[in-house]
Each structure stands twice: as structure tokens, then as C-alpha cells.
Design a protein around this ligand. Structure first.
Ligand SMILES: Nc1nc2c(c(=O)[nH]1)N[C@H]1C(S)=C(S)[C@@H](COP(=O)(O)OP(=O)(O)OC[C@H]3O[C@@H](n4cnc5c(=O)[nH]c(N)nc54)[C@H](O)[C@@H]3O)O[C@H]1N2
Ligand SMILES: Nc1nc2c(c(=O)[nH]1)N[C@H]1C(S)=C(S)[C@@H](COP(=O)(O)OP(=O)(O)OC[C@H]3O[C@@H](n4cnc5c(=O)[nH]c(N)nc54)[C@H](O)[C@@H]3O)O[C@H]1N2
Ligand code: SF4
Ligand SMILES: [Mo]
Length: 734
């Protein structure tokens, strides 16, 4: 063990990617002091959002990063980056980086410890919890923000090596709905599009998505569209994106499914459906057509608060579009009927034949840099590799590739995030390992986490910073290297694999998540079973093997350099994908109309809409919406708050957006301190009076830790994704 730790720590001071790719010819810059001269550049995919922009990182002749610029040749960002991308290196040198493992001592303080002490303690505590309360008594909450190789190692280690039954991740908060919706409708979690579709549509419909703020470089791709497109934004708020649109449908929150069913009905009535495509490539349309017959314009307008003329214009635009693309994000995924709402979008694309052609598609936009990777390789909802836990042949196949006995592969998926938290509350789960997510801030109804913390016998938090709301509550903190300090692969929103590279050394004794997982395996006593996972590159070979023959096959990718050479590679990319070996920069799915279901047909899925779980009333008369506040802020701010530049680009204090009419009833003006109170808690925020929110609604950005003290824990029944975007609150002057 000691030797294992020493080897790892030695290895972490080993060469950076930048040193490995340096060539003598790169040093021709004369007398410039070596610290200042860009000796060479290293390509790396950005580590914030799932757009997956490529950044050229300029390194000095010691191999360390100096600065960066966006890659003009990369087919995603075409030379552009948003503020977070430009500032990606800054959070690495923040003073509050976790530099050594920390253990809570007998005085209740977190004190520095050696790696060996930390992982031995963790292992001993988790084992004794399992011995006393069963294997299900330890759970893991992971992330969509580490590389595929780390996700795969963690998934295999925890479930097959350590016998941990329950592993979920923050992807549940983010993409679970899209995952389940696609799986049920298409037979596989397969976003069909490529970013060129933004440029090739003549009609783009954005539903519950604010790309101007959340995916600015995708929005730049929309701006390159030469077809003078109609841009429809369906969002209760007049967002930055809605302001740029040609049509904005400011519908009542969570009335999307009624609207989408109503559009389907109107399209059928006009005969604006692709009967040939429906007959050849789908199943269930007749039942769907019967179901939507009830969604008359009168019903739709009553539920959505849109007027009939706006509905009519929307329907006409979709009916007349030749290449219509539908894009959705969290306004859809986070809702009490999210999966069926996403599928209502899928249904529209299917019935109008807007799929598999340039500029079309039912397209879920992904959130975190590698949420797509976690959907396939996280080993949470789907068996690692995009397989099914319930399928015995799949379990045997995966076990064989990974060198395990099939009996260690569970036949059911793990509990979902909310069920894991319920398990802690019930006393069934006593140990929790949190990796690269900040539960105490981002979880819905977050105040509950403080109370749950008290019920845990052991909380381990693995993060870049020991200062996050969650890390401060831990018994053991494991210091992790971040983006820029390690290698591996991210999968972006359009299924493109791209490599991240090591251009900076992690501070102190911090280790890559990959190395930490190896260390935990060693301490647990199952290290030998992971002997062939020697490095991220070796793990990538295992990942490739897991993908063989699956819809997301990537066996044709040689290595990380291959990804750099080709500008990233979209799955599927089986060995010899074209027969010609020629690079393919942009590919979409379903061009032949075949889906991944057993019969090759896509499914029409639908359900009766239900009322808001917490409607407004006299006591709580406002509906609270939450979401992204600015392009400079990332989630709980642990990284972006460390940059002076990014902090200047965002409000310093929490603001609540409120309609002028409501403000005048309250007697509030801009900057007044307001109290916002829900049945779960009360917080204060400064008034930001703006007509971009509707009367009776308020908006809070999620980046402040207080916001989730208010939100109502409700979940979509199929995806168990939280419905962060609608609960009842009261607003008063503080
Ligand atoms: N700058 C920045 N960019 C980010 C992130 C970040 O933290 N900061 N996070 C990334 C991640 S992980 C994600 S998941 C994405 C999220 O990206 P988005 O989903 O685009 O962002 P949100 O602001 O969460 O939600 C989008 C919109 O949904 C609307 N909405 C609320 N309720 C409803 C409803 O009932 N119906 C409809 N149609 N719309 C509704 C909100 O008003 C909001 O404008 O952003 C990614 N990009
Ligand atoms: N009210 C409200 N709440 C929301 C949402 C909303 O719209 N409204 N959106 C939800 C959504 S879509 C999401 S995705 C979640 C996001 O919620 P979180 O996942 O909790 O947010 P992050 O701030 O991204 O947390 C990531 C953590 O990982 C750490 N980290 C970064 N890189 C690494 C690494 O390489 N290794 C390790 N070990 N640690 C690393 C960071 O320091 C940070 O602490 O929030 C959800 N919460
Ligand atoms: S759009 Fe997303 S991937 Fe591109 S630079 Fe910004 S945060 Fe990074
Ligand atoms: Mo997300």
C-alpha cells in the first residue's frame, strides 16, 4: 500500500501532455524569457458545458500553461469561446484548492492527513458500515464533469469491486429525462443531431432552453444560419434568447405538454404530417392521434395562457417548415412530467418527418461537459457501456470484458439520487461518497442535506476545493486534480468525443480522480481486479471494447491524438466507419429511418397532463422559476467565482427578477431587499424589476446557495429528475 501511494505520487509529477508533444522546432522564439514564450500549444476540450469547444492551450517550455485561445479549426466552436472557456485556467490556481487529504479529528476539525491514512480510513469505515447494515448501506453520488475513463473506472470499482449497490450522479439533476425519453422512444439514449443542424434549419424551436446564456457558442452557430430561419422560443420568461427570436411563446410554466399535444392535433387537422415516414418508421401513431384529439385550441390556450393567434402562427410555421429542428433543455427536463414532455417534442419531429435530415431533429441539448459520457459509462441508470442491468446476456458480456464473474453485476439499476437521500433519512444508508458535485448547494430542497448529514456515519467528498458547501460537511476530503491537470475524453452534446489534456500540475498532493479511484481500489483490497486499468489511455481501450457493436460504438477511434487530428469524433465510429478511412466531421443519426428499438421503429409515447404539484394560492401567490443567470457563472460557483474576470461579468449579490406590476404592488424598486419565502424556507435577495418575467412569477439564478432552500422536491416518475423550475413562493419587502 505505502509503495502504491508513493508510486502514484511520483507519477503525478510525471510529464505533462504538453511536454510530450514538444518538438525542438517549437522553440524558435529567440531571446524571449522562457516563462513568457509559448513553446507550443496543446488542444483540449473545455471543461464546463457540453458544447465541447476546443481550446488551444499555449504552454511554455516547461510544459505549463500560459494562456489559451479557442481553436478555429475545430468543427464545434470554429474559433469561438464564451467567457468561461477563456477563463478556464484561472480556477486551477485558486488559493482554496484542496492540497492534501483531510480527516475530521476528535475536535471536529478537518485536519491534513496522508493519502494512505485517508483511503485506509475511508475503506475501513465503509466496510464496517457494510458489515453492520448490509452492502446497500454505502452509496455514491458522482458527476457529469469527470472524464469517461474515470466514470467507467468508478462505475466498475464501486459496483463490481466494492459491492456498492447504489451509485447515481448529478446527471440525474440534468439529463436523466432526456436519457429515459430517448431510450423509450428511440430504443437508445441517442441525441440525433450535429451542430451543423443549427445552421441548416429553416425553423428552429427552442423549448425551455436559453442558449444565449447557457450555451452561447451553440447560439453563435444559430447566428451563422443563412436560411433566414424562423426562431421560436417557448419559455415563460422573455429570456436573452427569446429577445433574439422571431416568435416568443411565453407560456404558463409546465404547460408545455398541453401546448405540444395541441400543436400535434392542429398539424393532424391540417394534414401537415408525413404519413409515409410515420408508416415506415414509427409505431403507435394512431393511438397518439386519438389521444391528442382532445387538445383543442380552446383547451391549449386555457392551459398555456397563449392566445389563439399565437398558437395558430406557431402551428403554421412548423407546418410550412421544410427543415424544422426542435431543441430542448432544462425547462423541459426539470419538471413533474418531464419525460412525457420531452417525448411530446420527439412525437412532433417524428410525425412531421423532421428527423434524420439536415436541419431537423428532436434534439436534447446537454448540460455538463461530460453528462453524455455519464449517461453511457456511469454505470448508474444503464449498465456500463449503454447496456441493461435487467438483461442477463448483457450482464455476462460486460462482466467478461471487465474480467469479473457475472454474479457481481447487479440485475437492477441503482436507486436514484432522491431515493439515495431518502435511504439516508430512513437510516438504510449510512455511508456516502460524493464526487465532483456540490449536493449541499445544488440539490432540490437543499436544506434537507444538512439534516441528512447528521444521519451519516461517514461522508467522503472528493473535490478540487475543500471549501465547497458539501466538502465543509465531510468527514474525509479527497483532493482532486481538475480539468487541465489530467487526461481523458469528454462526449459533447452532439455525441462528439474530444480529449482533455494535462497542461498544469495539480497543487500539493492532489491526484486525478482516476488515481484516487485506483488508490481506493488498493485500500479496499480489490486493486488486482483493476490491474489493467493502468492509465486513462488504457481505460479508454476498455471503454472502446465495451462500446463494440453498440449504437455508441467507438472502436474506430485510435487514441487521443486521433481525436485531436480529426476535430473530435462523433459516435458511432466503429472500426473502419466509412471503408475509406476519410475523416467525417459532421454526422447525424437515423438517416435511414431505422431506430434502435428491436423492430427498428420509433415509438409515440404520451400521457394525460397533470396539474402543477404546488400551485400558487393566497399565501404563496408567486411561482418561482430558477435557472442559469449569466454566461460567466457555472452552477455552484466553485470554479467560476475564482476568476476576477468572471466575477465582474456577473452580479455580486443574489437578485430576484420580478415584474414591474408586481413590484409596484409591493412598493419595491430595483435594489430593494426582498424576502422570498416558500413552504421550505425563507431567503433574501435584491429586487431586479423587469418585464422579462410574467406577472405572478419570479426568477432566481441557481448560482447562489440559498436558492434551493426554497425549491420543492418533486420528481418526474420515469426519470426521477427533480422539477427545479416551479414552486409557490411569497415575496415581501424585507
Ligand atoms: N453559464 C452557464 N452555462 C451553463 C451552465 C451554467 O451553470 N452556467 N450549466 C450547464 C448545464 S449543467 C445545463 S443543464 C444547461 C442548462 O441550460 P438551460 O436549460 O438552457 O438553462 P436554464 O436557465 O436552467 O433553463 C432554461 C429555461 O427554462 C425556462 N423554463 C422554466 N420553466 C419552464 C417551463 O415550464 N417551460 C418552458 N418551456 N421553459 C421553462 C427558464 O425560464 C429558462 O430560461 O446549461 C449549461 N450551461
Ligand atoms: N434551483 C436549481 N438548482 C439546480 C438547477 C437549476 O436549474 N435550478 N440545475 C441542476 C443542474 S442541471 C445541474 S447539472 C446541477 C449542478 O450541480 P453541481 O454538480 O452540484 O454543481 P457544480 O458547481 O458544477 O459542482 C461540481 C463540483 O465538482 C468539482 N469539480 C470540478 N471538476 C472536478 C474534477 O475533475 N474532479 C473532482 N473530484 N471535482 C471536480 C467542483 O469544484 C464542484 O464542487 O445543479 C442542479 N441544481
Ligand atoms: S460554450 Fe461551453 S464549452 Fe464552449 S467555451 Fe463556453 S463553457 Fe466552454
Ligand atoms: Mo445540468
Amino acid at each position: 500500500m505505502t509503495e502504491f501511494v508513493e508510486n502514484l505520487l511520483r507519477a503525478r509529477t510525471g510529464p505533462m501532455t504538453s511536454e510530450l508533444v514538444q518538438r525542438p522546432g517549437d522553440f524558435g522564439l529567440g531571446q524571449v524569457p522562457s516563462r513568457l514564450k509559448p513553446a507550443t500549444t496543446v488542444k483540449s476540450v473545455c471543461g464546463f458545458c457540453a458544447t465541447g469547444c476546443n481550446l488551444r492551450i499555449h504552454v511554455d517550455d516547461t510544459g505549463a500553461a500560459i494562456n489559451l485561445s479557442p481553436d478555429a479549426g475545430y468543427p464545434v466552436n470554429l474559433g469561438m469561446a464564451c467567457p468561461k472557456g477563456w477563463e478556464a485556467l484561472t480556477p486551477l490556481s485558486a488559493p482554496d484548492r484542496a492540497r492534501t487529504p483531510l480527516l475530521r479529528n476528535t475536535h471536529g476539525d478537518l485536519a491534513p492527513a496522508s493519502w494512505e491514512q485517508a483511503v485506509r480510513t475511508m475503506s475501513a469505515r465503509f466496510k464496517s458500515i457494510q458489515a453492520a447494515h448490509g452492502r446497500g448501506a454505502v452509496a455514491v453520488l458522482s458527476t457529469g464533469q469527470i472524464v469517461v475513463e474515470e466514470m467507467a473506472l468508478l462505475g466498475a470499482l464501486t459496483k463490481f469491486g466494492m459491492g456498492i449497490a447504489h451509485l447515481d450522479s448529478n446527471t440525474r439533476q440534468c439529463m436523466a429525462t432526456a436519457h429515459v425519453a430517448y431510450k423509450q422512444s428511440f430504443g437508445y439514449d441517442a441525441p440525433p443531431y450535429t451542430y451543423a443542424d443549427f445552421e441548416e434549419s429553416d425553423v428552429l424551436v427552442f423549448i425551455g432552453a436559453n442558449p444565449c446564456i447557457a450555451h452561447p457558442i451553440m447560439w453563435q452557430r444559430v447566428m451563422r444560419n443563412r436560411h433566414n430561419p424562423e426562431i421560436i422560443v417557448i419559455d415563460p420568461r422573455r429570456t436573452e434568447t427569446a429577445m433574439q427570436a422571431t416568435q416568443h411563446c411565453a407560456l404558463a410554466p409546465k404547460s408545455d405538454n398541453v401546448l405540444l399535444y395541441g400543436i400535434a392535433r392542429a398539424l393532424i387537422e391540417r394534414g401537415a404530417v408525413d404519413r409515409e415516414f410515420i408508416a415506415a418508421n414509427t409505431t403507435g401513431f394512431e393511438a397518439f392521434a386519438g389521444f391528442v384529439a382532445d387538445f383543442t385550441p380552446a383547451r391549449v390556450c386555457a392551459a398555456t395562457a397563449l392566445d389563439e393567434a399565437a398558437l395558430e402562427r406557431l402551428v403554421t410555421t412548423i407546418a410550412e417548415g421544410k427543415r424544422v429542428s426542435f431543441w430542448w433543455t432544462m425547462g423541459v427536463n426539470q419538471g413533474h412530467q418531464a419525460t412525457r414532455t420531452a417525448q411530446a417534442i420527439v412525437n412532433l419531429a417524428l410525425m412531421t418527418g423532421n428527423i434524420g435530415r439536415p436541419g431537423t431533429g428532436a434534439n436534447s441539448i446537454t448540460g455538463q461537459c461530460n453528462a453524455m459520457g455519464s449517461r453511457i459509462y456511469g454505470n448508474a441508470t444503464s449498465l456500463i457501456g449503454g447496456y441493461d442491468f435487467a438483461n442477463e446476456a448483457h450482464r455476462r458480456h460486460v462482466a467478461r470484458i471487465l474480467g469479473f464473474d457475472a454474479s457481481v453485476v447487479p440485475a437492477t439499476p441503482s436507486l436514484a439520487y432522491d431515493q439515495i437521500l431518502d435511504g439516508i433519512d430512513d437510516g438504510a444508508i449510512k455511508g456516502l461518497w460524493v464526487i465532483a458535485t456540490n449536493t449541499a448547494h445544488s440539490w432540490i430542497g437543499s436544506r434537507r442535506f444538512e439534516h441528512l448529514r447528521a444521519k451519516l456515519d461517514c461522508l467522503v467528498v472528493q473535490d478540487m476545493y475543500a471549501t465547497t458547501e458539501t466538502a465543509r460537511m465531510a468527514d474525509i476530503v479527497l483532493p482532486a486534480a481538475g480539468w487541465g491537470e489530467k487526461e481523458g475524453v469528454f462526449i459533447n452534446s452532439e455525441r462528439r468525443l474530444g480529449a482533455i489534456r494535462k497542461v498544469s500540475r495539480a497543487p500539493g498532493q492532489a491526484l486525478s480522480d482516476f488515481a484516487i479511484f485506483k488508490l481506493v481500489a488498493e485500500a479496499w483490497g480489490c486493486g488486482a481486479q483493476f490491474a489493467c486499468w493502468t492509465s486513462p489511455a488504457a481505460a479508454f481501450e476498455i471503454v472502446k471494447e465495451l462500446s463494440r457493436g453498440r449504437p455508441s460504438d467507438v472502436t474506430g477511434i485510435r487514441d487521443y491524438d486521433h481525436l485531436d487530428e480529426q476535430g473530435g469524433i462523433q459516435w458511432p465510429y466503429p472500426e473502419d466507419p466509412t471503408g475509406s478511412g476519410a475523416p467525417v466531421r459532421e454526422r447525424r443519426l437515423f438517416e435511414n429511418g431505422r431506430f434502435y428499438t428491436p423492430d427498428g421503429l420509433a415509438r409515440f409515447l404520451f400521457d394525460e397532463p397533470s396539474a402543477l404539484p404546488e400551485a400558487t394560492d393566497d399565501e404563496y401567490p408567486f411561482l418561482l422559476l430558477t435557472g442559469r443567470g449569466s454566461s460567466a457563472q457555472w452552477h455552484t460557483g466553485t470554479r467560476t467565482n475564482k476568476s476576477d474576470v468572471l466575477r465582474k461579468l456577473a452580479p455580486r449579490q443574489l437578485h430576484v427578477e420580478l415584474h414591474p406590476d408586481d413590484a409596484s404592488v409591493l412598493g419595491a424598486v430595483d435594489g430593494d431587499r426582498l424576502e422570498i419565502c416558500s413552504r421550505r424556507g425563507v431567503i433574501t435577495a435584491l429586487a431586479f424589476v423587469t418585464p422579462t418575467v410574467q406577472r405572478g412569477q419570479v426568477f432566481l439564478p441557481m448560482h447562489h446557495a440559498d436558492v434551493n432552500k426554497l425549491t420543492l422536491p418533486v420528481f418526474d416518475p420515469h426519470s426521477r429528475q427533480p422539477g427545479y423550475k416551479a414552486c409557490a413562493v411569497r415575496v415581501e419587502k424585507a
